[in-house]
Design a protein around this ligand. Sequence first.
Ligand code: FAD
Length: 398
Amino acid sequence: MRIDEFDVVVIGAGFAGAVAARKLAEESGKRVLVAEKRNTVAGNAYDYYNEDGILVHKYGPHIFHTDKDEVYDFLKRFGVLEPYELRVLSNIDGKFLPCPFNFTAVDTLNDPQRASILKERLHKAYAGKEQITVLEMLYSKDNLIREFAELLFEKDYRPYTMKQWGLTTEEVGADILERCKFYLSYEDRTNRNKYEFIPQKGYTSLIRQMLTYPTICVESGMDADNYLDIRGKRLYWNNEALQADVIYTGAIDGLFDWRYGELPYRSLHFEFRNIPQASFQEAPITVHPQENAYTRITEYTKLPVQEVGNRTCISLEYPVAYAREQEREEELQPYYPIVTEQNKALYERYLELAKSVERLYLCGRLAEYRYYDMDAVVESAFEVCERVRRQDHMGCGK
Ligand code: FAD
């Protein structure tokens, strides 16, 4: 393989890298090298069949949801996208309530009379809305609404935030708390998008298909840190000045050798258990904000339904601190950027450096240091392809 045979070098074969590689190869006739440090493709959406023939998600349960036709139409070319409606239950004081919370939580956590008044007031206060955030309810002028929001806050968000982030609700960024929704009805679907699905043969198969194209070359087990180098404004590959564009989907601080310090992440530890029974829990995912060290239990035979007989597989999800030096030995991955004001400012410093490097484009959750869902990553990859076509790397990041 000679690097000067490629027009574009993509670092990382997750959604960001794979979508960008395919688009540029197919629509712009680019010759693309995809360098992936793991031995697998699909990034954190990687899935595989376990010893019992159950499709499991190694880095946590992934359900794709989007309202965008453009995203859906692009993905459906690479595999059957099986429609799937996720329903999650949250364990509050031993009672399993739909998550996000809805009127079932009102009925369960209040006596019937109070529940009925509360629902009426919620309808009136937020007329015309289907969904609000718990933060909005916390700022309500109506005592009953506010008290109920405080109850949810104390029983769920406060203990969950401490477990998930190792931070208090005051320390964690508002955009995290704004993700906590409340349905003003008995709606029990977790997502309400035009498209919600899981690829029938899994994400790994979908991404493999995407990367199968005559002008795309995938090198797995290739860590770009060993090849890619930045000197001043120029990019080098194995000490050779690069003539190609580079789309980088790895961690931005690593790209610059952590010059300003490390961007903090939260990590997860997954404990997989094979269980000799047909069903373990009622829902595919249960959330446990209060007791136990884990935050979620996922049952893969329900994600979507997999008929494999009298056995099932679950994973328990334990949030843990992330430390870069443990990444290799303990398989601790940088899962969630901890997006506080201080960390955003540190990211901005790295972004300024990246902007000064010619032909460098950033894309994806690690390079953009964002809490991204897969649909947003696909959209970001679409945008990056446009910028590569225009040779406008300065637009990198947001
Ligand atoms: P990644 O998937 O992380 O891919 C980046 C790739 O780059 C990796 O394969 C990495 O090995 C590679 N790489 C990094 N550095 C280098 C290097 N130096 N050299 C070579 N390769 C390198 N989103 C949803 O939409 N729905 C969900 O249900 C959902 N559930 C989630 C559950 C969990 C527990 C987590 C943590 C995330 C979830 N997400 C979900 C988010 C989803 O995982 C991300 O949006 C998506 O994986 C981001 O894709 P990416 O390509 O940006 O990054």
